[in-house]
Design a binder for this molecule. Structure first.
Ligand SMILES: [Zn+2]
Ligand SMILES: [Zn+2]
Length: 258
């Protein structure tokens, strides 16, 4: 009986060994499999890699090779400051279409940008979504010289606030408004710019709705033949109580006592 028990035990040990060997064998087989990297590069703020199409494992992991912020291998644009980083996916015109924001190595939000281009390739409009929600819009225009400029931008905040700015081709603000989610107007400014014969700005008037609230005049003190010179800036503020305040500044924006 004792011998039979011993034989049974030996058989059991053998059986277990076979199982273990079979298990090990299949494990080795998996390690032997040659990964098939997918065509697309995947990336985070530090590295790029490819994914094996058979088992999804990361292959060819390497750090970005940045030249002027653009990785020469996976073609993303990476900018970083402190522990925050932005990774941009660019389209064939060099404009970014997706931006991933990283904080402490973790992706925290994602912006997507859509463009409309004119026939000459210049941008007509852009629409940005942050985590799928509309967050920014911009319209472009082309002036008589062919200069493509930002005409109107709208920022949509998470709390529903809409901030709109309109510009002329000089980059001067023509309109600026902020409207809350419930429709309350926080401010609604119209700015009228006046230019002299030399296309230098002469004055600027700021209206809140219909009411003139601020006037800025550029007072030329002397002018050099080469276009330089000296000027003062006179700012008149029209207060709600009907009083006005006049302040004088030098060309560096420093107040001048009267
Ligand atoms: Zn694989
Ligand atoms: Zn890369």
């Amino acid at each position: 009986m004792k011998t039979l028990k011993n034989i049974m035990f030996i058989l059991l040990v053998c059986l277990v060994s076979v199982f273990v060997l079979v298990a090990c064998g299949s494990e080795e087989k998996k390690d032997d499999h040659t990964h098939t990297p997918g065509g697309e590069w995947l990336f985070d703020a530090e590295n790029h890699w490819k994914e094996c199409s058979a088992d999804g494992e990361k292959v060819d992991v390497a750090a970005h090779e940045l030249e002027k912020d653009i990785c020469s291998v996976c073609k993303v644009k990476v900018t970083s400051e402190g522990d925050t980083a932005e990774v941009y996916v660019l389209n064939n015109k060099g404009n970014w279409v997706v931006c991933y924001h990283y904080e402490g190595g973790k992706m925290v939000s994602e912006d997507t940008m859509e463009y409309k281009y004119a026939a000459d390739g210049s941008i007509q409009s852009m629409t940005m979504k942050t985590d799928g929600k509309l967050s920014y819009e911009a319209e472009y225009d082309t002036d008589s010289t062919g200069y493509n400029y930002e005409k109107k931008t709208v920022q949509y905040s998470k709390d529903g606030t809409k901030y709109t700015v309109e510009y002329d081709s000089n980059g001067d603000i023509l309109k600026e408004s902020k409207v809350k989610a419930d429709g309350t107007v926080e401010f609604d400014y119209t700015i009228v710019h006046e230019y002299g014969d030399d296309s230098k700005k002469v004055s600027e008037k700021v209206y809140s709705g219909e009411k003139l609230i601020k006037e800025t005049k550029h007072i030329v003190l002397f002018e050099d033949t080469w276009g330089g010179g000296s000027f003062h800036i006179e700012v008149t503020t029209y207060n709600d109580d009907g009083t006005t305040k006049v302040e004088l500044f030098n060309e560096n924006g420093e107040p001048i006592g009267d």
